[in-house]
Design a protein around this ligand. Structure first.
Ligand SMILES: Cc1ncc(COP(=O)(O)O)c(C=O)c1O
Length: 390
C-alpha cells in the first residue's frame, strides 16, 4: 500500500484524465501540477488533504455544498437513510415528500422529477420541451453539463450543434435574433446568473419571447437554486420559467438533481423515456429533505449573501495594484487575473498557507463561512501577495 505522498502519481496511472470531475483536476484548480490534489475529509468550511493539511475552502465542491460540508442535520438524515437500506424495489415515500416540498418553494412548480446530475436534468427538461412543442432546436445561454448538445466538439455527432443555438448572457437583441431563427425553438434554456446579476429586462424578454414563440422557458438553476434563494433566480427576480432544473446544493453534496415545473408540461414525461435505476435511491432524497428543513428554519440566503459580500468587498476594495478583477455576485464570486503565471503562483501560495480558492471559476460561501473565515482568507491573501512582490 503506498502512502498519500504518491496519490497524484497513482491517480495519473489509474484514473482516466486524472479525476472524474474535470474541474477538480490540477489544471482546473491551479493551472498545472503542484498544489494539493486529493482530500480525505471535508468538514464545515474546511478540507483535510491527502497529506494531512487542513485548508479553508471557498470552492465548496463546485457549489454543491451551501450549508457547509458534513452539515449535521443532512449527514444524520442521510445516515438514517443508509441504515434504512438506501434503495429498494419501489419508490420511497421521500420521493413524494421532497417533490411536494420543492413545488412549495420553487415559483410556479407543480410537479418534480428526480435525476442524479445537472446534465441529466437539463437533458430531461429539453426532452420534455421537445415532446411538448414537437420542435427540436434549443436556444441557450450558459453551461449545462457535459452531455451532447450543450457540449459540442470531439465525440459529439456532427449536426448536434445545429440544434443548439448559444446566445450571450444578458443580450436581448441576440436572444431575439436566435428565437426568430429559421426553425422556432422548443426551449429557451438560460443560466440566470453568469458572472453578474442579469438585467431584469433580459429575463423578462426571455419570458416574453418564449411565450410568443411557443417555446418552453427553462431556467438552469443548477448553481442558483438553494443559493440565491431556495427558489433560485426565479424567486429572487420574480420571473417564472415554465420548467427549471435544480441540482448541486439541493442535497448539500449528495447526488440529486430535479426538473420542476408546470404540471401540463411535466406530464409529457409519460410520452417519452426519462428514467434511471438510481434516480429513486433515497439517501440523497433524505439529504434534500434535511436541506429543505434547514432552509425553512434558517435565513440561508441572507447568510450566503452576507458572508460572500464581506469576502467580495474585501477583494474588490483591495489596495491597488491588485492583480485581479472581482466578478460574480456575493453568493458566487470569482477572481479574474490578467496573468496566468501570476494567478497560478498566487493560488499555490494561498493553498500552501491554508486557503483554497478556485481558479477562473466561482468561489461559493456557505453557512460555515463567516467573518472569521473572511478575516483568515484576507490575512492569507495578504501574505501570498507580499511573498509574490519582488
Ligand atoms: C448551470 C449548470 N448547469 C448544469 C450543470 C451540470 O451539472 P452536473 O455537473 O451535475 O452534471 C452545471 C455544472 O456545473 C451548471 O453549473
Amino acid at each position: 500500500m503506498s502512502g498519500p505522498g504518491d496519490i497524484a502519481r497513482r491517480a495519473a496511472q489509474a484514473v482516466a484524465g486524472f479525476t472524474s470531475t474535470r474541474s477538480k483536476g490540477p489544471d482546473a484548480m491551479f493551472g498545472g501540477p503542484d498544489g494539493p490534489t486529493h482530500l480525505v475529509r471535508a468538514q464545515a468550511a474546511r478540507i483535510e488533504t491527502a497529506d494531512g493539511q487542513w485548508l479553508l475552502d471557498w470552492t465548496m465542491a463546485l457549489g454543491a455544498v451551501a450549508l457547509g460540508y458534513a452539515h449535521p442535520r443532512v449527514q444524520e438524515a442521510a445516515a438514517r437513510a443508509v441504515r434504512d437500506g438506501a434503495v429498494g424495489p419501489l419508490p420511497h415515500v421521500l420521493e413524494v415528500e421532497v417533490a411536494e416540498r420543492l413545488c412549495a418553494v420553487y415559483p410556479g412548480a407543480e410537479q418534480a422529477r428526480f435525476l442524479k446530475t445537472g446534465a441529466e436534468a437539463v437533458q430531461a427538461a429539453v426532452r420534455i420541451a421537445r415532446v411538448a412543442t414537437r420542435r427540436e432546436r434549443v436556444v441557450h445561454a450558459g453551461y449545462h453539463g457535459w452531455l451532447d448538445g450543450p457540449t459540442v466538439g470531439a465525440g459529439v455527432p456532427r449536426g448536434t450543434e445545429r440544434r443548439w443555438t448559444a446566445v450571450p448572457f444578458d443580450d436581448i437583441p441576440a436572444l431575439e435574433a436566435a428565437v426568430a431563427g429559421a426553425e422556432p425553438p422548443a426551449a429557451i434554456v438560460l443560466e440566470p446568473v453568469i458572472e453578474r446579476a442579469p438585467a431584469m429586462a433580459w429575463l423578462e424578454a426571455a419570458r416574453r419571447l418564449a411565450s410568443e414563440s411557443g417555446a418552453v422557458l427553462v431556467f438552469d438553476e443548477i448553481k442558483t437554486a438553494f443559493r440565491l434563494a431556495a427558489g433560485g433566480a426565479a424567486q429572487r427576480y420574480g420571473v417564472h420559467p415554465d420548467l427549471a432544473v435544480l441540482g448541486k446544493a439541493l442535497a448539500n453534496g449528495f447526488p440529486l438533481a430535479a426538473v420542476v415545473g408546470r404540471a401540463d408540461l411535466m406530464a409529457r414525461v409519460r410520452e417519452t423515456w426519462i428514467s434511471s435505476t438510481l434516480a429513486t435511491e433515497f439517501v440523497a432524497l433524505a439529504a434534500a429533505r434535511a436541506v429543505l428543513d434547514v432552509w425553512s428554519e434558517t435565513d440561508v440566503a441572507g447568510h450566503l449573501a452576507r458572508a460572500g459580500g464581506l469576502m467580495r468587498d474585501a477583494l474588490d476594495g483591495w489596495a491597488e495594484p491588485r492583480p485581479w478583477t472581482v466578478c460574480g455576485v456575493p453568493e458566487m464570486w470569482f477572481l479574474r487575473f490578467g496573468d496566468d503565471a501570476r494567478e497560478r503562483r498566487f493560488l499555490l501560495d494561498c493553498a500552501r498557507r491554508g486557503v483554497l480558492l478556485k481558479r477562473g471559476a466561482y468561489n461559493f460561501p456557505s453557512l460555515a463561512h463567516d467573518r472569521p473565515e473572511v478575516e483568515e482568507t484576507v490575512r492569507v491573501i495578504r501574505e501570498a501577495l507580499l511573498e509574490a512582490t519582488p
